[in-house]
Design a protein around this ligand. Structure first.
Ligand code: SME
Length: 160
């Protein structure tokens, strides 16, 4: 881990993300840049990106990594569980998570954070790692802060 540890890493990334998304209101552009910034800033990831709720289905959004499953039902897999329960889901070992959806066989651990607006979910941020137990509570808090920034910058265009 870099000097300063995860706290500094997430603080710096939050600042960069906020600056990167400021001044643009297009949801696709901002989600795409957010996925790229997160993927290239956080170590030991093999996938980072978004699913957005469309007609009660999570549909693949901008991401970095290998091609992924396009549609996930709320309640299914890690993403669908996070969406249905409107909470972050941290999975240290995907093989131990009942119903985990394996998009990339290299994934060993996963963190999914809901995108919430006024208590309502409109998507999820999904991070996969090829390492077991890659994510801990610090990553969850850091990624929830990143998700809040993304939500703030997506809200205007997603609503319109
Ligand atoms: N593993 C996820 C599916 C999405 S991919 O990881 C990109 C899940 O179980 O919901």
């Amino acid at each position: 881990m870099i000097a300063g540890g995860k706290t500094a890493l997430y603080r710096d990334l939050a600042e960069q993300l906020d600056a990167l998304l400021s001044g643009e209101t297009d949801a696709t552009a901002n989600a795409a840049n957010a996925a790229a910034a997160i993927y290239h800033s956080l170590p030991r990831l093999n996938w980072a990106g978004f699913y957005f709720l469309r007609d009660d289905m999570l549909v693949l959004g901008p991401f970095q990594g290998r091609p992924a499953c396009v549609r996930i039902k709320p309640g299914a897999g890690v993403c669908g569980t996070a969406a249905r329960e409107r909470r972050s889901v941290l999975v240290p070992d995907v093989e131990q998570f009942p119903g985990h959806i394996a998009c990339d066989s290299a994934s060993r651990s996963e963190l999914v954070v809901p995108l919430l607006r006024g208590g309502e979910i409109f998507g999820v941020l999904d991070l996969d790692s090829p390492d077991l137990a890659r994510f801990n509570a610090e990553d969850q808090m850091g990624c929830e802060a990143l998700a809040a920034i993304v939500v703030r910058h997506l809200t205007r265009s997603v609503l319109s």
